[in-house]
Design a protein around this ligand. Structure first.
Ligand SMILES: NC(=O)c1ccc[n+]([C@@H]2O[C@H](COP(=O)([O-])OP(=O)(O)OC[C@H]3O[C@@H](n4cnc5c(N)ncnc54)[C@H](OP(=O)(O)O)[C@@H]3O)[C@@H](O)[C@H]2O)c1
Length: 265
C-alpha cells in the first residue's frame, strides 16, 4: 500500500516525551518518513543529542525543552508555529504498583497531570495549528492500561483511561475538520526508563517486569506502528490500535520462560 508523503503544510511533527523510549524512536521514524520533527521533553541535553543525530542522518529535527504539565510554557511553545501536521502525545508513564488501599495520592495526581492534562495542554494549544495545516493528526499514546485493569495498576490505569477518553471524545467533537485522532495502545514495551521510573529507580524491580519474557515490544516497534498509522492517506483514520508482544495475551497473561506472571504496561 502507498504511504502518504507529508505535504509542505503538514510536514511539522511535534513529539512529546522524545528524550527516551517510544518518543525518541518515534522522532527518528517520523524524521525518516519526511517530517520536520520537533522533539520536546524536560531533559534538554537528551533531545538536543537525538535531534543532532537525526540531522546528521540527513533528516530534519529541532529540540525544545518543554514540561507538558506547564500550561504557560506549552502556550508559549505553540506560538512558534503557524501550522503543525502531527502532534504525538507520548509523554507520560507510571508511578508505583501499589493497591488502591495504600497507593500514594501524590503518585496518582502526577500520573493524571502528565498522562492526561499534559495531553490536554498540547492538544488544546496546537489544535488550531493542526487545523491550519489542512491535514492534521493528533496521536495519543495511551496503553492497554487504558482498556482494562490489573491489581496495583489503578492509578496508571485510571490515567490511561483518561487519555483514551480524551482521544475518543476529541474525535467526536472535531469530526468535519481536517484533523485525525489516532490512539495507539501498547502492551508490554521494554524501554530503558519506563519500569525504572515506575519503581523509583529500583533497577532490580524494574528488570523483573520483563524477566523471562521472550521478545517484549521495543520502542522502535511502537514507533513503527505510530508512523504507519500517521502515514496512511489523509482520509484513513486509524481510531485505535492495540499492539502487544506475542508473549502477552493480556495484562495478566504473560508467557515467561520462568512461567511466572507479572503485571505491567
Ligand atoms: N513501556 C511500556 O511498557 C509502555 C506501554 C504502554 C504505554 N506506554 C506509554 O508510552 C509512553 C512512553 O513510554 P516509554 O516506555 O517510552 O517511557 P520512558 O522512556 O520513561 O519515556 C517517558 C517520556 O516522557 C517524558 N516525560 C515525562 N514526564 C514529562 C513531563 N512532565 N513533560 C514532558 N515530558 C515528560 C520523559 O522525558 P523527560 O523526563 O526528559 O521529560 C520521557 O521522554 C508513555 O506515555 C507510557 O505511559 C509505555
Amino acid at each position: 500500500m502507498a504511504t502518504a508523503a507529508p505535504s509542505a503544510a503538514s510536514r511539522i511533527a511535534v513529539v512529546t516525551g522524545a528524550s527516551s523510549g517510544i518518543g525518541a524512536a518515534t522522532a527518528r521514524r517520523l524524521a525518516a518518513a519526511g517530517y520536520r520533527v520537533v522533539l520536546t521533553a524536560r531533559r534538554k541535553d537528551r533531545i538536543e543529542a537525538i535531534a543532532e543525530e537525526i540531522n546528521a542522518a540527513g533528516h530534519s529535527a529541532t529540540a525544545y525543552r518543554l514540561d507538558v504539565t506547564d500550561r504557560a510554557a506549552v502556550d508559549e511553545f505553540a506560538t512558534a508555529f503557524k501550522a503543525v501536521g502531527v502532534l504525538v502525545n507520548n509523554a507520560g508513564g507510571a508511578l508505583g504498583l501499589d493497591p488502591v488501599a495504600t497507593a500514594d495520592p501524590d503518585d496518582w495526581r502526577r500520573m493524571y497531570e502528565t498522562n492526561v492534562i499534559g495531553t490536554l495542554n498540547l492538544t488544546q494549544a496546537l489544535l488550531p495549528k493542526l487545523v491550519a495545516s489542512g491535514d492534521g493528526t493528533v496521536v495519543v499514546v495511551s496503553s492497554t492500561a487504558g482498556h482494562g485493569t490489573y491489581e496495583g495498576g489503578a492509578g496508571y490505569v485510571a490515567a490511561k483511561h483518561g487519555a483514551h477518553v480524551l482521544a475518543e471524545t476529541l474525535r467526536l467533537e472535531i469530526v468535519g475538520r481536517p484533523v485525525r485522532v489516532i490512539e495507539i495502545a501498547p502492551g508490554m514495551v521494554k524501554t530503558e526508563e519506563f519500569a525504572l521510573t515506575r519503581f523509583g529507580g529500583d533497577a532490580e524491580r524494574a528488570a523483573q517486569v520483563y524477566e523471562g519474557v521472550p521478545d517484549p515490544l521495543t520502542a522502535d516497534d511502537v514507533a513503527d506502528t505510530i508512523t504507519w498509522a500517521v502515514t496512511r492517506p489523509s482520509h484513513v483514520n486509524v481510531d485505535l490500535l492495540v499492539v502487544r508482544p506475542r508473549a502477552q495475551a493480556s495484562h495478566t497473561k504473560v508467557h515467561r520462560e520462568s512461567s511466572q506472571v507479572h503485571r505491567e504496561s
